[in-house]
Design a protein around this ligand. Sequence first.
Ligand code: M6R
Length: 369
Amino acid sequence: EKGGYASFMLKEIAEQPKAVADTLLGRIDAEGRLSLDEVRISPSELREADKVVIVACGTAFHAGLIAKYAIEHWTRIPCEVELASEFRYRDPILDPRTLVIAISQSGETMDTLMALRHAREQGAKVLAICNTNGSTIPRESDAVLYTHAGPEVAVASTKAFLTQLVACYLVALYLGQSRGTKWGDEVRAVVRDLSRIAGAVEEVLTTMEPVRELARSLKDKKTVLFLGRHVGYPVALEGALKLKELAYMHAEGFAAGELKHGPIALIEEDLPVVVVVPSPRGRSVLHDKIVSNIQEIRARGARTIVIAEEGDEAVAPYADHLIRVPVTPTLLQPLVATVPLQVFACELATARGNEVDQPRNLAKSVTVE
Ligand code: M6R
């Protein structure tokens, strides 16, 4: 059932282009109109939402962090993202105009379920983004958008993450559109870019051999750091989480702008640091800042592993290892930039002799609080 792959994780990484394409299929028209799978909430209630709160755990939380950038940019609705396990314990401000989005692959994560129950008790509406038909979280929500990743068996989430991102982008487009945001051309451009993204993910997958080789060469390291900015920051967090859970290594993700506020003290000779570089187009200020971050850490001896867009030549002189990803709009870059990090963690874990599908101490779905 692993279809010739050594692990479910490898199989699921390879299935990502299809998972992404399937999640988009038939969901959205050229104007950005979205069809949800189950809607027990009126279009006017969705339209009138004045705040979005995303709750999720682990990898799904990272999808939520990325969604915030898209939702606020495209809809101008304020959006908060919170770890589901923290949410109800801080007395969050919720009312019928709050749209809570609960993201969960399994649909059974207890922390997320308790967060959504709390939100509904306070009168908020809940939209679930979920990969498992008929599971508890979608059953208890007001509306559901299913990700079509197919069953995810490996404990480490890969294809579900990419499809959660797609679902979040779709919800953001839908909210923007239903509120009549005046951005017809931009919607069409985003829909077009999304329709090409499965091909871009496919392309990344064909270039992963150097990443595997690099991962094997780092198998005896103690620590790997990950840096990113903007949507690259949650990608860095996700890269670090994958490495922790699979390779049992110390790994941390930082916002690159925070380096100078502390983490730069960690940099020492030969420390591997993975840097997710934003596109030089569009947000060129951020790009230039991250290039100086790379210079700074390299000057202090770090081994720089740089994930950058095709054609971005400015980073090349400072990259000890350069991993190229296809050109995408900034907000969609996580869909391609995460893939090398999944492959990296999977290969490094295998090189350390770990069981990648069933990491120690972890379960696929966490049904206790
Ligand atoms: O099923 P869920 O999406 O609710 O699960 C949430 C987390 O437990 C999950 O993403 C976990 O962090 C993964 N093992 C990460 O790879």
